[in-house]
Design a protein around this ligand. Structure first.
Ligand SMILES: CC(C)(COP(=O)(O)OP(=O)(O)OC[C@H]1O[C@@H](n2cnc3c(N)ncnc32)[C@H](O)[C@@H]1OP(=O)(O)O)[C@@H](O)C(=O)NCCC(=O)NCCS
Length: 163
């Protein structure tokens, strides 16, 4: 599979089951928060709805998502978007799915007139850090020992891309 075979579109309500299935297997202690996995319900669109998500498809199957939201709820922060989640089904990794989602987020951000896209990533998550660097994201700041995950302190990095 190449990136050209991946399509990205806005999520719809009927993507819920496919996204929940991805959510259940995509995250590990290296990339996410184990407590979040314990809190998973039977619905993916619990905290934010389809309008906040781009989904990637391959061969008609949903294989990944990116959650893109306004970072701030007040006017002075308008124009800063946040990637508040990005995950690809393990069976569809290293095939350009996340790259297609990030390209779509850039396009969507520019369409909305945003000035940058920001995100947080565990310093331990080298696959994601490589991915973001390849797409022009730079480290804006480091938050040392931000989380305690399975007995180890984890730094959080804030990365951003100027649009
Ligand atoms: C990180 C993640 C989203 C990458 O998705 P993906 O679809 O496999 O990424 P892509 O195929 O688009 O990779 C593009 C580039 O990113 C980098 N990359 C991706 N996975 C990598 C890995 N395991 N190791 C090193 N670099 C990696 C590479 O530079 C890659 O290009 P290449 O394949 O030509 O070498 C996926 O591994 C995932 O869902 N991980 C768990 C959730 C997660 O960490 N989300 C991000 C939280 S901040």
């Amino acid at each position: 599979m190449s990136a050209t075979e991946v399509t990205v579109r806005q999520a719809v309500e009927s993507d819920d089951a496919a996204l929940l299935a991805i959510e259940k297997v995509a995250w590990t202690a290296m990339s996410g928060f184990p407590s979040f996995q314990e809190l998973l319900t039977e619905t993916f669109f619990t905290r934010s709805g389809p309008e906040a998500h781009l989904v990637a498809e391959h061969d008609g199957a949903v294989v990944g998502y990116l959650r893109l939201q306004e970072k701030y709820k007040f006017p002075e922060g308008a124009g800063v978007l946040a990637i508040n989640g990005l995950a690809v089904a393990p069976r569809a990794r290293r095939l350009g799915v996340a790259s297609a989602l990030l390209q779509a987020a850039t396009t969507e951000g520019r369409r909305r007139g945003a000035r940058k896209i920001t995100l947080n990533v565990h310093h331990t998550n080298l696959p994601a850090r490589h991915l973001y660097e390849r797409h022009g994201y730079i480290v804006e700041g480091t938050h040392p020992r931000e989380f305690l995950i399975e007995g180890a302190y984890v730094d959080a990095l804030t990365m951003s891309k100027t649009l």
